[in-house]
Design a protein around this ligand. Structure first.
Ligand code: AMP
Ligand code: ZN
Length: 114
């Protein structure tokens, strides 16, 4: 998708601080961190939202959770705890319409989220 910010990060035309990459996903630091650790995991395939996932995407979607656990271990927060968040749609606060999983850690995280 030529007008998608996260597709441009995958292509390399917009810089991001990459922390993890595999066949299916890329992960990088959020530009406006909401916690001491705030990383985004995105599929390399353009998928706009959770509502746009097809059955053939199941390996890619599973890879996002596997990547979250690997990144949490890599960043030293796996034992203490971290939160993964996927906002779906404007009403939930989604601003970039390329599927992404937030990993937040390094401070106490209230529940329910705001
Ligand atoms: P959401 O509100 O769930 O759609 O999250 C989008 C996230 O993308 C926000 O946390 C933004 O800070 C983050 N973001 C926007 N532009 C960039 C960028 N160029 N590099 C890294 N993160 C970004
Ligand atoms: Zn995209």
């Amino acid at each position: 998708m030529s007008d998608c910010l996260f597709c441009k990060i995958i292509e390399g035309s917009i810089d991001a601080k990459c922390v993890y990459e595999d066949e299916h996903v890329l992960a990088f630091n959020d530009i406006n961190p909401q916690a001491p650790l705030h990383i985004l995991i995105i599929p390399k395939k353009h998928i706009a939202t959770i509502n746009d996932i097809f059955p053939e995407d199941v390996e890619t979607i599973g890879s996002m959770s596997l990547a979250a656990a690997k990144i949490a271990e890599q960043e030293g927060v796996a034992d203490k705890g971290y939160r993964t968040v996927v906002n779906c749609g404007e009403g939930a606060g989604q601003t970039v319409f390329h599927l992404h999983m937030h990993i937040l850690a390094g401070r106490s995280l209230a529940w329910p989220p705001g």
